[in-house]
Design a protein around this ligand. Structure first.
Ligand code: ADP
Ligand code: MG
Length: 218
């Protein structure tokens, strides 16, 4: 079976002035198409560090990450960044939307920054995602005009724009009310059901129940 993500013996030790902090110690797991996995455990147990290593954003001190059969840490920084863009979408508790850009331009922000070619169809893809997330009527608004639930769906649309294989989410429902949490979880579940994989850090029992499997880091 082809894995989307394979994490083998992932380990991270931060050197601080007060000594070494072993944030993640030998964690292994794998995600196949269709997997929706929750990572849970108390604050400080290494969840975010594990997610960053899994997302080609923080190199492990030991162990390996393989995403779609590539070890992203074997790539140059530039190639790794491009690899992330093609394979991984990120969603965080803070939505990280740009306040002065419209909803539509927020979804397209990475493509705008990369100065996409004129024959690309990213704007059309973005509009399709906006319709799907019930945000079509919001595309010309700035994020502050939207509810927090809507803002997180904009962040999810931005993550999905390039149809990544993998979504990594860190406390994605942390700022949402129960109704908007459920909408977001339904969209993540739908992404996995369509053959993607989701790895989600969460404190939220509802989010954990929405996942098909969970990893306890405590
Ligand atoms: P969680 O997301 O489960 O709350 P984190 O992965 O953020 O936990 O952090 C795990 C441990 O590593 C904590 O003790 C935290 O203080 C420490 N840590 C995280 N990032 C760094 C860093 N850049 N430098 C030093 N220590 C860090
Ligand atoms: Mg964290």
């Amino acid at each position: 079976m082809s894995q989307i993500l394979e994490a083998d013996n992932l380990t991270k030790v931060f050197q601080t002035k007060d000594g070494d902090v072993r944030a993640v110690d030998g964690v292994s797991f794998s995600l196949e198409p269709g997997d929706f996995v929750a990572i849970h455990g108390p604050s400080g147990c290494g969840k975010s560090t594990l997610l960053l290593m899994s997302g080609a954003l923080l190199s492990p001190d030991d162990g390996t990450v393989t995403i779609n059969e590539t070890d992203p840490y074997s790539l140059s920084a530039e190639a790794r960044s491009a690899f992330r863009g093609e394979n991984i979408g990120f969603v965080f508790q803070q939505f990280h939307l740009i306040p002065y850009l419209s909803v539509l331009d927020n979804i397209l922000v990475n493509e705008l920054a990369a100065n996409g070619s004129s024959d690309d169809d990213w704007p059309l893809q973005a509009e399709i995602l906006l319709e799907k997330f019930q945000l079509g009527h919001r595309k010309n608004h700035v994020p502050s005009r939207l509810s927090v639930g809507e803002q997180q769906r904009v962040a999810l649309a931005r993550a999905l724009l390039r149809t990544p294989a993998l979504i990594l989410a860190d406390e994605p429902t942390g700022n949402l009310d129960p109704e908007n949490s459920q909408i977001l979880l339904d969209h993540l579940g739908e992404f996995a059901a369509g053959g993607g994989a989701v790895l989600m850090v969460t404190h939220d029992d509802r989010a954990r129940e929405a996942a098909s499997r969970s990893i306890d880091l405590s």
